[in-house]
Design a binder for this molecule. Structure first.
Ligand code: CP
Length: 321
């Protein structure tokens, strides 16, 4: 029989932060507690701490990003780390170097954390396996696989507005088939005890056998799926990942699945409306809703900074396994 893990070992973060599928509620709560402390800090006039003084964080983005790249950069700087940003379009990959050689080259400069976004699912996992130093890899979004820090900032946002996740009914609307965000959100919502996770969208944009594989309820009728939910998470139509005509037209998609004021009225009276961004106004969400009283889309961005500070502190600060 295995000896029971000590409380410290049970709470230790993994060395790499690659996804939420196998991450425990205790680990998620640890990150959320740190983030809650940093959430207060971002509202102070002096927003910096010395937490990561002397540590180095490299942001390596092989795919475009506004929110994730900027917030990881700002998070590292607020923690006083040395932060380097590398955009693949301006790196040696343009001269024929493989992305893995770029990763190994950067590792040779002894960073403490490498934050990687890549269009291929599993790329950060390959990088983590290839590293030989103490450096931690943090997944900033890999293909259609996972985007763990996005899901955690969403959980933090829900908790700050609604309290515990337990008992909540959450609808994720749109292109879940191509969404790394949805995959990480589903794992996190289940781990944190959500009562029900609903996926709403056309058959072409919902993963095959989602109900059995992901433990969700699938609705192809948006009005029925939104009935009584506490949280609505709208997803971007991932045009760059969709092959073939998954929807007849953007106008028809909005008619069937777009979130307007009338559809918000199907949900609970105190519903939260969320979107990870970037948003396509008029495609998946109407401006009257995106900018309306139920929307927490901009607080999600602020909470993302706190979550990324927490993850960097715990991993680059040497508090992982
Ligand atoms: N939500 C998100 O990942 O946005 P960016 O692509 O701008 O980072």
């Amino acid at each position: 029989m295995n000896a029971p893990a000590s409380p410290a070992a049970a709470d230790a973060l993994p060395r790499h932060f690659l996804g939420l599928e196998d991450v425990s509620a205790a680990t998620i709560n640890r990150i959320l507690e740190e983030a809650t402390r940093f959430r207060h800090l971002v509202e102070q006039p002096d927003k910096k701490t010395d937490t990561l003084k002397g540590r180095t964080v490299i942001n390596l983005f092989f795919e475009s990003s506004t929110r994730t790249r900027t917030s990881f950069e700002l998070a590292g700087k607020r923690l006083s780390a040395d932060v380097i940003n590398i955009n693949a379009s301006a790196s040696a990959t343009q001269k024929g170097e493989t992305w893995m050689d770029t990763v190994r080259t950067l590792e040779a400069m002894t960073p403490d954390a490498l934050v990687i976004r890549h269009a291929e699912s599993g790329a950060p996992h390959l990088a983590a396996r290839a590293l030989t130093s103490h450096c931690s890899v943090i997944n900033a979004g890999d293909g259609a696989h996972e985007h763990p820090t996005q899901a955690l900032l969403d959980i933090l946002t829900i908790q700050l507005h609604k309290g515990p996740i337990e008992g909540l009914r959450v609808a994720i609307v749109g292109d879940t088939a191509h969404s790394r965000v949805a995959r990480s959100q589903i794992h996190a919502l289940h781990t944190m005890g959500a009562d029900e996770v609903r996926l709403i969208g056309p058959k072409t944009l919902i993963p095959a056998a989602a109900e059995e594989a992901l433990g969700v309820r699938v609705f192809h009728d948006a009005d029925a799926g939104l009935e009584g939910v506490d949280v609505i998470i709208m997803l971007r139509m991932q045009m760059e990942r969709i092959r073939g005509a998954a929807v007849p037209s953007q106008r028809e998609y909005f008619r069937l699945y777009g979130l307007d004021r009338r559809r918000v009225g199907r949900a609970a009276d105190d519903v939260l409306v969320m979107h990870p961004g970037p948003m396509n106004r008029g495609v998946e969400i109407a401006s009257e809703v995106a900018d309306g009283p139920y929307s927490v889309i901009l607080p999600q961005v602020t909470n993302g900074l706190a979550i990324r500070m927490a993850v960097l502190k715990l991993l680059a600060g040497g508090e992982s396994a």
